[in-house]
Design a protein around this ligand. Structure first.
Ligand SMILES: NC(=O)c1ccc[n+]([C@@H]2O[C@H](COP(=O)([O-])OP(=O)(O)OC[C@H]3O[C@@H](n4cnc5c(N)ncnc54)[C@H](OP(=O)(O)O)[C@@H]3O)[C@@H](O)[C@H]2O)c1
Length: 339
């Protein structure tokens, strides 16, 4: 089958950084589905895993953790899916990714695709949708039934892939008062279109920007970009007994003492945790993807795709990686149709 892979970890300008390869089509066993991949989205994790280092693979390494496609075979323990089902999923970072015509994925982390979306629009959702959902509803324990309606949340990095779905979940599902951050007119407009009530600029002091909007503090903060840069402001802005969740690792230890007097809580979100550790509640990701699909089909959420590139090949994936590496993506970049 066709795939895009790498043997060496090289700068994206190098034509060898991602190459077209032919690899063996895998066989579904156990809880695995074999999915014919129709569309894929590119995420910063793809570029982080591909980042230059002195390591050489004997077999082509296939990246990519966001896909939509059709189930073409199932393992003998599969309970929830049938051949022909249209599905979407992020997958498991410890297994080969979705830059291939066919991919194996455990049914417990796969959702039924929204009926109203095509493959390209659906592929934009899973990785960022799982991340945003888990950050808000599992880590910060915000009510997904609207019981926290009216509380305030600051979403740092609002126009990015994760921010684009986090704004919608916070606003449309949790009914929070949403303050997003963006630094450019396009990214600011995008946040407002998705449901942000206020937008402040993350290139300026977040504390001062918030004060200009008449907020002294917020009940929740999700940090979706550069935790190092924003930590001091986060500790200043969080309300007493508030909740903070970050999805981006720091280069130095997080100063949790800064939160002590406020008894604020801090948690990490990592969307691969459940599959990486085969957590007993791994199926929570199947359930949340199905809930998100229903919310999209009921017009409560919209897809976050902003650019669709055709066809899926190494050249176009190198272009998508280069765009993601610039750090100014708005919404999601998706590739569809195999060359
Ligand atoms: N832990 C997890 O499970 C998990 C899951 C998904 C992603 N992540 C990580 O989370 C990060 C964001 O992912 P993503 O997919 O949302 O990325 P993305 O789509 O590439 O994010 C781009 C956005 O980041 C904003 N941005 C750039 N610099 C910023 C800064 N200093 N402060 C705040 N915002 C800034 C930009 O806004 P402007 O153009 O307006 O400046 C742009 O809209 C990445 O590091 C990714 O690896 C972690």
């Amino acid at each position: 089958m066709k795939a895009v892979g790498l043997y060496r970890y090289l700068p994206i300008q190098d034509e060898q950084s991602l190459i077209n390869v032919k690899i063996e089509k895998p066989v579904a066993t156990g809880k695995d589905l074999l999915v014919a991949v129709k569309a894929i989205a590119v995420n910063p994790v793809d570029t982080k895993v591909r980042a230059p280092k002195d390591q050489v693979e004997e077999l082509p390494r296939v990246l990519g953790w966001d896909a939509a496609g059709e189930v073409v075979a199932i393992g003998d323990q599969v309970e929830h899916y049938h051949i022909g089902d249209q599905v979407y999923y992020a997958g498991d970072i410890t297994r080969p990714g979705s830059y291939s015509e066919y991919q194996l994925v455990d049914e417990r982390i796969v959702g039924h695709m929204p009926v109203c979306l095509d493959y390209a629009k659906a592929a934009a959702i899973p990785l960022t949708g799982i991340t945003a959902w888990e950050a808000l509803f599992d880590r910060l324990r915000i009510s997904d039934k609207g019981d926290d309606a009216g509380k305030t949340i600051l979403i740092i990095g609002g126009a990015g892939g994760v921010g684009s779905i986090a704004i919608q979940l916070a606003s449309k599902v949790a009914k929070l008062n949403v303050i997003a951050t963006a630094s450019r007119r396009e990214s600011r407009d995008w946040c407002i279109k998705l449901g942000a009530d206020y937008v402040i600029n993350h290139r300026r002091s977040l504390t001062e920007e918030l004060a200009e909007q008449n907020f002294k503090q917020v009940d929740y903060i999700v940090c979706l970009n550069n935790t190092d840069q924003h930590w001091k402001a986060i500790a200043e802005i969080i309300a007493p007994q508030g909740g903070i969740c970050s999805i981006v690792e720091t280069t130095s230890p997080v100063d949790l003492n800064a939160l002590k007097s406020k008894a604020a809580t801090f948690s990490w979100e990592f969307m691969f945790t459940r599959s990486m550790y085969q957590a007993p509640d791994m199926i929570a990701q199947q359930k949340l993807l199905n809930v998100i699909a229903k919310l999209i089909d009921n017009d409560q959420l919209v897809t976050t795709v902003n650019e669709v590139i055709r066809p899926i090949n190494a050249n176009n994936l190198r272009k998508a990686h280069a765009l993601i590496e610039q750090g100014s993506a708005i919404g999601k970049i998706v590739l569809t149709d195999w060359e």
